[in-house]
Design a protein around this ligand. Structure first.
Ligand code: AMX
Length: 428
């Protein structure tokens, strides 16, 4: 892993130099204000973290380093991990090294197979995924070496990178095992060292042999990899790791946040939502029927899954990338047709809903991803968030490697009580 380490080290020195300069010249400069509505409103829009793996521009979407989605969407997930960590795409030698490292670390611990088989069939696949990761925590080299004279604070990031590669290399096999064993009740299919992550995953899932299926998985793993530092899962994972809980603890914790319906589970909920529409209105609902359906959902106090975002203020470019894929490979899919009709109908309704309170009436990535997976034969939708999580762990790992490399301290914001707030406001 010498080349990857060298490149991360290089990046860490550049970023570390910038931070030292900023602190030297501006340590006490104010960069924002905190409004009461932010304090009481989930810290929305409050600038309170620095995360160098990726950035979400409200009007342009996700950037990894300086690359926007159209500039990285054709890459492999392995290359994206490199980009998240090192701030550059790997050259041929660097990629060869990474592939070799991944293959060497891909074998699951023996207990994992019986562990997956032993868990209750009713358990949600995300619970399994998180538990599988947590079950390997004792193997953390960070944990094993922490406190020994050989492991200095300056090396925390290297041990975390080591753990990250050990973990990431096993995740496609774990995810596929959850699908095959837990959800389908079938035998697992072997990992192949000849194949990259997406092709391996496509083969190990064993539901579809079309070339475009592994292309969909590649795109899926690339688009979900990271979404800056403040979203529920990435932030949770980073907070946990900031206590020097190793990356297994941190990834599992982040995934538990991703499992919520307002976050990663939304892709499963979106598919169920579309199935509900088809069950009630048939497979080819009209836009008028959909409009009535949406209005009824809102009148009953339900959110429209796949619409809205805490940061984005446009149609999510990840949604657009999936739409382009769908138009190319499965334009006649009934679910895709309904996704398009929803896109035509929902933003106009949400714009006026609750007096214009919905900050972003446009679709996010979850509004379409599940429909494409379903089209290709992944019909157990409880699995969709596992795929999301498999990709998102790339970001969790890269964020923690960089944060530890930059010597970022334990995260511990201050909370206050109503009384504190009232007293403070009365004095103003
Ligand atoms: N349907 C109905 N109401 C919505 C809505 C939607 N899709 N999106 C926002 N609203 C409502 C909120 O519930 C809130 O109402 P309230 O103040 O009465 O509770 C009001 O609009 C203002 O919310 P906001 O500032 O626009 O959004 P937020 O930053 O608080 O929350 C999000 C963002 C994504 C949780 C929200 O838009 C939502 O619940 N969307 C549906 C679920 C979804 O698609 N989640 C996936 C997000 C992407 C991801 O993480 N994978």
């Amino acid at each position: 892993m010498e080349l990857l380490k060298k490149n991360v080290n290089k990046r860490k020195e550049i970023l570390g130099g910038e931070i030292a300069d900023i602190l030297k010249n501006h340590a006490d400069t104010t960069v924002g204000e905190i409004k009461v509505k932010q304090l009481l409103g989930g810290m929305r829009g409050m600038t309170s973290l620095v995360c160098n793996t990726s950035f979400v521009d409200p009007y342009k979407g996700l950037f990894i380093s300086e690359y926007s989605i159209p500039e990285f969407e054709d890459r492999l997930p392995e290359e994206i991990f490199y980009l998240l960590c090192a701030g550059k795409f790997p050259d041929d030698d660097e990629m060869a090294e990474l592939r070799e490292e991944i293959n060497a670390r891909s074998k699951l611990p023996k207990f994992m197979w019986s562990f997956i088989r032993s868990l209750p069939k009713k358990m949600h696949p995300m619970t399994l995924f998180s538990m599988c990761i947590l079950s390997m925590e004792g193997r953390s080299v960070f944990k094993q070496n922490y406190g020994t004279p050989e492991m200095t604070k300056a090396q925390y990031w290297e041990y975390t990178l080591e753990d990250s590669l050990n973990l990431l290399s096993k995740l496609p096999t774990i995810a596929a095992a959850i699908y095959r064993i837990h959800l389908l009740g079938k035998q697992p299919i072997d990992y192949s060292p000849r194949l990259d992550w997406s092709n391996n995953l496509a083969q190990m899932l064993g539901v579809n042999s079309e070339r475009s299926f592994s292309e969909l998985l590649r795109l899926y793993l690339v688009l979900h990899c990271d979404h800056e530092g403040g979203n529920v899962s990435a932030f949770t994972s980073r907070v946990v790791n900031s206590a020097l809980s190793n990356i297994y603890y941190a990834a599992s914790a982040g995934l538990n946040g991703l499992a919520g319906p307002l976050h990663g589970l939304a892709n499963q909920v979106c598919l169920q939502f579309i199935q509900g529409i088809h069950a009630q209105l048939g497979d080819s609902p009209t836009t008028d029927d959909i409009t009535a359906y949406i209005n009824n959902e809102l009148e009953n106090g339900r959110v429209i899954p796949g619409y809205g975002h805490a940061v984005l203020r446009i149609t999510d470019p990840r949604f657009s990338a999936f739409m382009e894929f769908g138009n190319k490979y499965c334009p006649n899919s009934a679910y895709l047709q309904t996704v398009k009709k929803l896109y035509y109908v929902v933003p106009n309704i949400l714009k006026d809903y609750k007096g214009g309170k919905v900050a972003n009436p446009y679709p996010n990535v979850d509004a379409i991803s599940g429909s494409l997976l379903y089209h290709y034969g992944i019909k157990k939708y409880g699995f969709y968030t596992v795929l999301f999580g498999l990709s998102r762990v790339l970001g969790f790992c890269a964020q923690s490697v960089l944060a530890l490399g930059l010597n970022q301290p334990i995260i511990r914001p201050k909370s206050v009580t109503n009384k504190w707030l009232k007293d403070k406001l009365e004095k103003q």
